[in-house]
Design a protein around this ligand. Structure first.
Ligand SMILES: NC(=O)c1ccc[n+]([C@@H]2O[C@H](COP(=O)([O-])OP(=O)(O)OC[C@H]3O[C@@H](n4cnc5c(N)ncnc54)[C@H](OP(=O)(O)O)[C@@H]3O)[C@@H](O)[C@H]2O)c1
Length: 263
């Protein structure tokens, strides 16, 4: 199936590894032009290099922190300078710290909201004029399944992403007439560095073997395995495609069936 993404311009966050990199690969394979960003080199430069060498991508790499407004401007300016516009915005990065929700101070809350909510508000504000000019656009946010089924200890993410879903649903209604769709993906457990770090931390806290913690986590997933980053990449590629033109305002879990509820 031709997804209709040839020469579309996509900004992909957190693309030096994990889910973001898999999204960049999926879009590069469809012929999209890419602006990838994350905070650190050499990982980001290495990711760009792989996209060029392995997938013949046209790609610009920009260093930036999702919590800094000036970096949002830098990323979008790079897309406008190199490609003359933006068609697709994929909001993805790291995650706020874990911990008991009552124990975070105002500074931690502000940081989490800057990361998970305000970054998307600002990047949308910067990209939407270009999408409107083309009467076509796609915005996809990566959150987590904990937004649909909150987990103790994940409160900063859950609360800030719940606000993001409110923003995104509203935005989808306001931008529908312009041919711009807005959707959110909630991954379950995906085999990335972040998951490895979190299973290792859990094993240390509970003084259990890492393998045991990993098997327990996998055993609760109906498909009995962790997700692969490219399985999120594939869903993003579909949501930003021409074929998904009637899908907007959704919050879709991609979790191997983990969610224990109807919605
Ligand atoms: N893996 C899972 O099981 C899972 C499940 C549910 C949801 N998620 C969510 O999916 C997203 C991606 O997760 P992942 O597993 O792919 O993580 P990952 O492997 O740790 O990759 C995170 C990427 O985001 C970048 N990043 C981190 N903080 C950033 C910041 N402040 N500004 C800009 N870029 C930043 C990282 O590069 P730098 O560090 O160089 O900036 C890296 O490229 C996260 O929001 C995570 O919470 C993951």
């Amino acid at each position: 199936m031709d997804l209709g993404l040839k020469d579309k311009v996509a900004i992909v966050g957190g693309a030096s590894q994990g889910i973001g990199f898999a999204v960049a690969v999926a879009l590069a394979r469809e012929g999209a032009k890419l602006v990838i960003w994350a905070r650190r080199n050499p990982a980001l430069a290495a990711a760009a290099d792989r996209l060029v060498k392995e997938h013949q991508a046209d790609v610009v790499a920009v260093l930036g922190d999702v919590r800094r407004a000036e970096d949002h401007e830098k990323v979008v300016a790079a897309a406008l300078a190199r490609y003359g516009g933006v068609d697709i915005l994929v909001n993805n990065d790291g995650a706020p710290p874990l911990g008991h929700i009552m124990e975070f101070d105002d500074a931690a809350w502000e940081k989490a909201l800057r990361q998970n909510l305000m970054s998307v508000v600002r990047l949308s504000r910067l990209c939407v004029p270009s999408m409107k000019a083309r009467s076509w656009g796609r915005i996809v946010n990566i959150t987590a399944i904990s937004v649909k089924a909150p987990i103790a200890g994940f409160g900063l993410s859950v609360a800030s992403w719940a606000a993001l879903i409110g923003f995104s649903k509203t935005l989808s209604r306001e931008l529908g007439p312009d041919g711009i769709t807005v959707n959110t993906i909630c991954p379950g457990r995906i085999d990335t560095d972040l998951l490895k770090r979190s299973l290792k931390a859990q094993a240390e806290v509970e003084r259990r073997a890492l393998e045991e913690v990993r098997e327990e986590a996998t055993g609760r997933i109906p498909l009995r395995r962790l997700g692969r980053p490219e399985e999120i990449g594939a869903v993003v590629a579909f949501l930003v495609s021409e074929q998904a033109s009637y899908v907007t305002g959704t919050t879709l879990q991609v979790d191997g069936g983990s969610l224990e509820s109807l919605m």
